[in-house]
Ligand binder design. Structure first.
Ligand SMILES: C[S@@+](CC[C@H](N)C(=O)[O-])C[C@H]1O[C@@H](n2cnc3c(N)ncnc32)[C@H](O)[C@@H]1O
Length: 240
């Protein structure tokens, strides 16, 4: 007899457990061809997350934020100083063990593929960076619903993902052992997933058109954000 309350085993949990000690090196190797360190991409996305959080919540130091699919805590580490109420969760127990060691003051929890152990309406903001392409397509709706449950009304769900239309992104995904089970989704698919009776998509943009970050590329990135050519994209939804 099957028990509907028990979610199916998640193959990604095994992959990311296996790579918890070598995650940074594997991603570094896969992205090296573009001439930038993995840290560059993390910092770039951290800046965009900070901007979006601050635009909706003028006091980030009082804002409850969840890093969903935090892995070994690389993004968590970049944001923790400005967000004292930041927490992290991931299905990979071993990645969470690394994150806890790295950031002893940040609360981290192991989650189930479609079940979080947080109470309803716990967070003002939940972000997920490069997580959804690792969630099997049949579990994505349930995941978004579970994220919505733990979000406060008026709270934001910020999803950053690989853009399947960018050839460089395709190259990275094909060359990365961690992405062997990845199923990329387009910005339109992500937007459809996030829209619903309890959520409204409030912002979307493509980004990382250039492997550099300076005054000039920031200006160009702003002008080009509607072009489906950036290496990644962001879709933000608000809980109604
Ligand atoms: C490519 S890593 C990204 C890690 C982190 N967000 C970052 O940007 O450094 C994807 C992470 O998503 C996690 N993941 C996959 N499916 C998940 C799910 N259903 N719930 C929570 N985490 C999940 C994996 O275990 C893995 O740590």
């Amino acid at each position: 007899m099957t028990n509907a309350a028990i979610p199916p085993p998640d193959p990604n949990k095994k992959i990311f457990d296996e790579y918890s000690g070598t995650y940074a090196q594997v991603v570094k190797d896969a992205t090296a061809f573009a001439g930038q360190e993995h840290a560059f991409y993390l910092r770039f996305k951290a800046r965009l997350l900070q901007k979006q959080i601050a635009a909706h919540f003028p006091q980030p130091n009082k804002t409850a934020v969840l890093d969903f699919g935090c892995g070994i805590g690389s993004m968590t580490e970049l944001l923790a100083a400005d967000l004292p109420f930041l927490q992290g969760t991931d299905v990979s127990e071993q990645s969470i063990a690394v994150a806890r060691k790295r950031l002893p003051k940040v609360p981290f929890k192991v989650s189930q593929p479609t079940r979080l152990t947080y109470a309803d309406a716990s967070f003002d903001v939940i972000f997920a960076v490069c997580v959804f392409h690792h969630i099997p397509p049949e579990l994505r709706v349930a995941n978004v619903e579970e994220l919505t449950r733990v979000l406060k009304p008026g709270g934001l769900l910020i999803i950053m993902e690989h853009n399947p239309y960018n050839p460089g992104t395709q190259l990275v995904v094909r060359g990365c052992e961690l992405d062997k089970d990845a199923v990329l989704l387009t910005k339109n698919e992500m937007t459809r997933l996030l829209k619903g009776p309890t959520r409204r998509a409030v912002y979307s943009a493509f980004f990382l058109f250039f492997p550099w970050d300076n005054k000039c590329t920031r200006f160009l990135e702003r002008c080009m954000r509607a072009l489906p050519l950036g290496a990644q994209y962001v879709v933000t939804a608000k809980k109604l």
